[in-house]
Design a protein around this ligand. Sequence first.
Ligand code: SAM
Length: 293
Amino acid sequence: MADTHVTNALETAFPLTNVTEVVPISKRQRKKLIKLEQWEIKKKEKRLKEKEKMRQRKLKAVQNGLPVRNGPSRKELKRNKVDYSKSGITVAVDLSFGGMMMDKDVAKCVKQLLRIYTMNRRSEMPIPLHFTGIQPEGVIEKHLKRNDGYQHWDVKFSSESFLSLFDKQKLIYLTSESDNVLTELEKDHVYVIGGLVDHNQHKGHCHTLANKMGIRHARLPLSEHIVIKTRTILTINQVFEILMKIQLGKKWQETLLEVLPKRKGAKPLASESDQIEKNEPEETLVVEQHETS
Ligand SMILES: C[S@@+](CC[C@H](N)C(=O)[O-])C[C@H]1O[C@@H](n2cnc3c(N)ncnc32)[C@H](O)[C@@H]1O
């Protein structure tokens, strides 16, 4: 009902002929304008609702004698800048797979990059973030350009491979096919996430690549902490979120249960003995070893 009302008002605002400038507007352009305007209106309404919710929350806190704010606000967090000179972990997303993806998967991949960037921006401790291997004028760049001002994101973009940007000894390629289990994050190390959205079409591709490059690789410790019915291949942004939370000091199990979507049906591992049994066939290490396969 409200939408019809808005649409009517917009139709009046955008008639097929723009009378003031006597420039005819095509039906398609008009539809686009209406959609854009509707989106703007909805955005404003959403902002107002959020503000009101926040106001009520503060009021309740004051009435109950509670401190109004415990930490930095979302706005303050957004102003956080990544300190690239800090000696924590670094994350590089390997974006050299543009040619292996269908256009709609490149779009999904870039959407996941946007999520990573937003998440990092709002973190109390943003991680130095590199998007590497972006082919100039390639499909990844084409889709990145659809996000206005992406060049100003607090991210280091590079057309070069992570191999030439970082010390090889400090690189750890994350891949679900690895036999090495990541148990903790090592300071000064660069964790590489494969920027490949492939619906399992190129299974094991990044694992093979890491072996060929002679760099260390590791998988996330999923079966060590949770029981999961579905595939253990996660999306780029899920992997990043897990790293971010672990870096902030959260425990693996809590983090995995928080990050994995409900539909994956992840449950905490029943007991320690289950965990040991599960771990037996594989090597559990702090990815300290220098073997690559
Ligand atoms: C959608 S997956 C890409 C799968 C692709 N077939 C491959 O060869 O890696 C995106 C990336 O997330 C990371 N990833 C996903 N699940 C992971 C897991 N369980 N452990 C470690 N890394 C994982 C890997 O870096 C992977 O390249």
